[in-house]
Design a protein around this ligand. Structure first.
Ligand SMILES: NC(=O)C1=CN([C@@H]2O[C@H](COP(=O)(O)OP(=O)(O)OC[C@H]3O[C@@H](n4cnc5c(N)ncnc54)[C@H](O)[C@@H]3O)[C@@H](O)[C@H]2O)C=CC1
Ligand SMILES: CC(=O)C(=O)O
Ligand SMILES: [Mg+2]
Length: 567
C-alpha cells in the first residue's frame, strides 16, 4: 500500500502563497483544498469554490474545443503546461487520442514554426554557443536538480520541416510530454534542452520576433567542441542521466551517437527509436501477409538517419531469424536522391555502407533512366515492403503503389515521414490504389479508413510507441548504456502486443490510448535486456517489473505541507 506520508509534497518554507500559484510544478489552481489555502495564505488569491481535478479537466477541455485551429489548441496546452503541469498531464492522459495530434505530430510541427510568436514562459534549457563558457553554471540551477531524462536537439532537422532554429525546442518539449503521459516519467525529472548554434533558415533569421541566436549555423570543429562541452557538463552534473538525441541533421545524428553512446546512457530516437517501431510493426505485418521475415525484401525511400537505422535493425532481426548476414544485406534496397544506393557511388556515408547493392546484382535490371529510381527498384526487385522516411510529400504516388500491389498480395507500405504535410502518401490513396490489400502504417495520425463497410484506424507507426518505454526501462533499472539489442527487445515486445497476432484482420499496433501499457511492456523488456547485458545496478531480472512500476508518476494532486511542519 502507498505510504501516505511519502505521497505528501513538501513545500519550501520560503515560498509565499502567490509564488506557489506561479510555480507550474506546485500549482493546483482552484483545486487547492481549504486546509491548504489556510496553510499557504491562498484565500483571496483564488475564487472560493474548491474544484476537483476532474472538474478542472472538463473546463479546460471545453475551452480547448472552442478554438478554431490546432495551433491555438497547441498554444493553449503549452500555456497550461507552463502554469499547472499536473492538470496538463491529467488532461493529456485522459484524452490521448484527441490531444496527441496537438502536443505531438502533426501540430507540434506548426508549434515549432511559430515558436517565437507563441513564446510566453521559459521551459527547459537554452544553451547558445555565445554562452559556451557558462554551460556548467546554467545547468547548476537548482530547478534542474532532479533531472533524470534529457531530450536535446539543435533544431536542424525538425520532423520533415528542416532547420527551424530555436523553434526546434518544441520537439524536446513534445517528446518529454509523451515521456510523462505515456512513460510515467515525473515531469520534474524531465528536461528539454536546446543547443542554439544558429540557423540557416533565412526566413526565420529575418523574423523580427525570432527569439533564438541570430546567426548562421555554426558547423565543423566549433560545433563539435560545443557538443563536447555540453556532454561533459551534463555527465558531470547528472552522471546517471538518460539523454535522447532528437532531430539532428543527417550529417550529425549518427556521428554524435557513435561518439557518445559508450560514454553515457544515450540513444538517438530518429535512428534507434524509429528502427524499433518499424521493425516491431513489420514483424506484426507478417501476421497479415504471411511472408516470413527471412523472405522479405525491403525498399527504403530516404537513406538518411531513420532509413539506415530501420534497415540495420530489420537486418539484425533477419540474421537472428537465421538468414546468413551476406544474404540479409542483399535484401535491402535503399533509395536516396541519386537513386538506389550502389557500390562505388560517390558521397556514401559510413552508415549507408552496409546496404549498398553490388553493381552486378542490378546489371540486368530494366530501368527508366540513368539512375535507378524507386519504381525501377519495385519493378525489378519486387520488394515485399516499402518504407518512406524521405520527407517527400506524395513520393508514393499511384504508379508506385500500384506497382507494389501488382507484385504482392499484401504489400507492406509505410509512409513514415512527419508531419502529415511531408508524408510519402495519404493512407486513403494507398488503400484505394492497392484495392484494399496494402498493409499500411504512417508516421503521423490520419483519419480512419473504411474497410468492409467498417471504420479501420490507421496504425501510427511512430517512435512514440518506443521511446517512452525505452526511457522508462533505462531509468528504472539505472542502465549505464542503451544498446541496439535493447532496441531489438523493444521491437519484439511491441510485436508481441500486436492485435494482428491474434486476428490478422485487426490492427498492427495497439491503439494510441494504450501507449502507457505499451510503455510498461517495453520498459520491462528493455530493463531485462539491460540486466542480461550487465548494464544495471540494484535490479535483477525478477525485480525489473516492480522497479518499472515504482518509477511511474501519475497526474493527480498530492496533499501539500510546509517543509519543517509536522502536521
Ligand atoms: N515515423 C517516425 O517515427 C519517424 C519519422 N521520421 C521522419 O522521417 C523523415 C526523415 O528523417 P531522417 O531520416 O532523420 O532525415 P534525414 O535527413 O537523415 O534523411 C532523409 C533522407 O531522405 C533523402 N531524400 C530527400 N529527398 C529525396 C528524394 N527526392 N528521393 C529520395 N531520397 C530523398 C535525403 O537525401 C536523406 O538521405 C522525416 O520526415 C521525419 O519526420 C523520422 C524519425 C521517426
Ligand atoms: C517522430 C520523429 O521523431 C520524427 O519525425 O522526427
Ligand atoms: Mg524525431
Amino acid at each position: 500500500m502507498a505510504d501516505p506520508a511519502k505521497d505528501t509534497v513538501c513545500v519550501p518554507a520560503a515560498l509565499s502563497g502567490y509564488q506557489i500559484l506561479c510555480d507550474p510544478r506546485l500549482n493546483k489552481g482552484t483545486a487547492f483544498s481549504d486546509e491548504e489555502r489556510d496553510r499557504f495564505g491562498l484565500h483571496g488569491l483564488l475564487p472560493p469554490n474548491v474544484a476537483t481535478m476532474d472538474g478542472q479537466i472538463a473546463r479546460r477541455l471545453t475551452a480547448l474545443r472552442s478554438f478554431s485551429t490546432d495551433v491555438e489548441r497547441y498554444s493553449f496546452l503549452r500555456d497550461l503546461q507552463d502554469t499547472n503541469e499536473t492538470l496538463f498531464y491529467g488532461l493529456l492522459s485522459n484524452n490521448v487520442k484527441e490531444l496527441l495530434p496537438i502536443v505531438y505530430t502533426p501540430t507540434v510541427g506548426a508549434g515549432c514554426r511559430h515558436f517565437s510568436q507563441l513564446f510566453r514562459r521559459p521551459r527547459g534549457v537554452f544553451l547558445s554557443l555565445p554562452h559556451r563558457a557558462h554551460i556548467r553554471q546554467i545547468l547548476a540551477n537548482p530547478h534542474f536538480d532532479r533531472t533524470e531524462v534529457i531530450v536535446v536537439t539543435d533544431g536542424e532537422r525538425i520532423l520533415g520541416l528542416g532547420d527551424q532554429g530555436v523553434g526546434g525546442m518544441g520537439i524536446p518539449i513534445g517528446k518529454l510530454a509523451l515521456y510523462t503521459a505515456c512513460g510515467g516519467i515525473a515531469p520534474a525529472t524531465a528536461l528539454p534542452i536546446f543547443l542554439d548554434v544558429g540557423t540557416d533558415n533565412e526566413y526565420i533569421l529575418k523574423d523580427p520576433l525570432y527569439v533564438g541566436w541570430r546567426h548562421s549555423r555554426v558547423r565543423g570543429q566549433e560545433y563539435d567542441d560545443f557538443i563536447e562541452d555540453f556532454i561533459a557538463a551534463v555527465h558531470e552534473r547528472w552522471p546517471h542521466v538518460m539523454l535522447q538525441w532528437e532531430d539532428f541533421a543527417k550529417s550529425n545524428a549518427t556521428r554524435l551517437l557513435e561518439r557518445y553512446r559508450d560514454r553515457l546512457c544515450t540513444f538517438n530516437d530518429d535512428i534507434q527509436g524509429t528502427a524499433a517501431v518499424a521493425t516491431g510493426t513489420l514483424l506484426s505485418a507478417i501476421n497479415v501477409t504471411g511472408v516470413p521475415l527471412t523472405e522479405q525484401r525491403i525498399a527504403v525511400f530516404g537513406a538518411g538517419s531513420a532509413g539506415c537505422g530501420i534497415a540495420a535493425l530489420i537486418m539484425a532481426a533477419m540474421i537472428d531469424a537465421g538468414l546468413p548476414a551476406r544474404e540479409a544485406a542483399r535484401r535491402f534496397y535503399l533509395v536516396d536522391r541519386d537513386g538506389l544506393l550502389l557500390e562505388g557511388m560517390p558521397d556514401i556515408a559510413s552508415f549507408q555502407r552496409p546496404f549498398l547493392q553490388p553493381r552486378d546484382a542490378v546489371a540486368s535490371w530494366q530501368r527508366s533512366g540513368d539512375r535507378i529510381g524507386l519504381l525501377d527498384v519495385i519493378e525489378n526487385a519486387k520488394p515485399t515492403a516499402l518504407i518512406g522516411v524521405s520527407a517527400q510529400t506524395n513520393a508514393f504516388n499511384e504508379t508506385v503503389v500500384r506497382a507494389m500491389a501488382a507484385h504482392n498480395k499484401h504489400p507492406i507500405i509505410f509512409p513514415l515521414s512527419n508531419p502529415v504535410s511531408c508524408a510519402e502518401a495519404d493512407p486513403a490513396d494507398v488503400e484505394r490504389w492497392s484495392e484494399g490489400r496494402a498493409v499500411i502504417g504512417t508516421g503521423s495520425p490520419f483519419p480512419p479508413l473504411m474497410r468492409g463497410g467498417e471504420s479501420f484506424s490507421v496504425d501510427q507507426t511512430n517512435n512514440s510507441y518506443i521511446f517512452p518505454g525505452v526511457g522508462l526501462g533505462a531509468v528504472a533499472t539505472q542502465a549505464a548504456r542503451i544498446t541496439d539489442t535493447m532496441f531489438m527487445a523493444a521491437a519484439k515486445a511491441l510485436a508481441e502486443l500486436s492485435p494482428a497476432k491474434r486476428n490478422p484482420q485487426a490492427n498492427l499496433l495497439p491503439p494510441v490510448t494504450a501507449l502507457r501499457d505499451v510503455a510498461i511492456s517495453i520498459a520491462v523488456a528493455v530493463g531485462k535486456q539491460a540486466v542480461a547485458e550487465g548494464l544495471t545496478s540494484g535490479v535483477t531480472a525478477d525485480t525489473v517489473e516492480a522497479a518499472v512500476h515504482a518509477k511511474m508518476w501519475t497526474a493527480r494532486y498530492r496533499p501539500y505541507r510546509r517543509a519543517g511542519a509536522n502536521d
